[in-house]
Design a protein around this ligand. Sequence first.
Ligand code: NAD
Length: 520
Amino acid sequence: MLQQMKETKEAPQMLESYDPSNGRKLGEVRVSTAADVKATVARARKAQVGWAAMGVDGRNRILNRLRGVLIDRAMEIGRLVSSENGKPPSEPVALTGPLCETIKLHTGMAKRLEPGVKVSPTFFLGSKARVFYEPLGVAGFVLPWNFPFELGVKHMIPALAAGNAVVQKPSEANPLIGELIVDLFRDAGVPDGVVQMVHGYGETGGALIDEVDVICFVGSPRTGRRVMERAAQTLTPVVLELGGNDAAIVREDADLDYTAQGLVNGTCYNAGQVCNGVERIYAPAHLVEPLAEKIVAIVKELRQGDPSGRGQYDIGPITWAPQLEIYEAHTADALQKGAELRHGGVVDRRNGGLFWLPTVLTGMTHDMLMMQEETFGPFLPIMAVQSDEEAIRLANDSKYGLGASVWTRDEAAGEAMARRIRAGSVMVNNAVQSGGCVTLPFGGEGDSGVGRVQGEQAFYTYVATKSVMTCPKSTDNLWMPYDAGSAALAKGFTKVFSGRRVSERVSGVVDVIRNWPRRR
Ligand code: NAD
């Protein structure tokens, strides 16, 4: 399959789609050239005018209809996403819930913000000061292969609710899921041209950046840098959601059975191909052994692949074949530096798919690639620490800062530790799932990204903020021409509005009265 993908890259007119669990071809789409991208965005620009003109109620009606479409077509979504992406069908079906909540959040926000937000006019007495949020125009999305359906829908919702048209370039690994997304929006009644896909590799993504008014990129830090450089040429605003190397800190008092199960879920969900999946584990030295034993017992029971063909399994194949090189390199590096392999560490090539066995390692040290870089697979490397302080120091010793987790019976202590970890999201006694709590912002520090998607913050990515101030005639008091009292009048105003003591404010009133301009 890797060979097939390389060949596709050299002849990019058609983009072929494969089932990663068996290498079977599923379909193909045409690669969009730079001219195609230009035409698609031009079409989106025209469509956006009508979409904006529908008003917030008209748009919200359609977007809320999408909730029904997602529920009605959930099983079909599960089947297609599973076949092109490899994950168990239950996972994409489960993600329709957060998508519906995302729609509720952002349609609600659009409605709330539509009349404008009144703010204090400060010392412009009698003035009206309001903030309006207007669509930017066309929002572009360049997305990865690991959650093509969930991210493909979720990130476009705030942009659409704000009145933008959207154009997405899904990963080259999942063009058919991209087409399914367009169909779901069409089914909900979104007018033609408001939601469109362009397909292809990096060049298509680059061409999209050149054309749109704002770009949301989700992918690796390496590509993220290129995206930011390209967007700088047109001063296009960007939000970047990049990789992670999330630490899990197991405290002395953790419930080991629950923690072992949670860590397996946090590493093996979506076969570990999760930006905020657990990537490295720190545990008190005397707990490493019992924790490793419990984890090995759990992963041995997981079903990998779908021998029954009924979609009932826990871990799918590697979705993107080149990941195998990273898994092998990180495993070899850890073993060569003294780690002990407790389970997995190999690939199973059954039926033309690549199934990486959940890999449990102990004896980890911080110089190992697995502790430093994103592995992006079902890996549970456990490193012994002497104290909570050491665990926090090591968790923060990373160029990434996307997520982290703390496992403890003492919630208050866990929350206190969460505050000290440099990461965009920290969970106590869970991992990964905060990405599904769509009212929370999501994003990272350092190499993990710039800005936040999700939560109310996501809405503001896709709007032009406009301040409107309406003033009565009295606001002319500090206009030109100045006279001898102008400076004292200005100081008087500052004392009246910003003075810290009553006496200071009263003296400000006197200054204002004495120096009020006589010319008008
Ligand atoms: P990638 O960076 O290789 O590709 C992402 C997208 O960028 C693809 O659509 C690709 O075609 C496109 N692209 C490639 N080169 C480009 C260029 N020069 N200009 C414009 N677009 C270009 O990432 P990937 O391998 O698809 O995804 C895996 C990565 O995504 C991991 O690092 C993972 O952690 C990250 N990720 C992050 C989040 C998050 O929310 N933080 C979510 C999911 C995945």
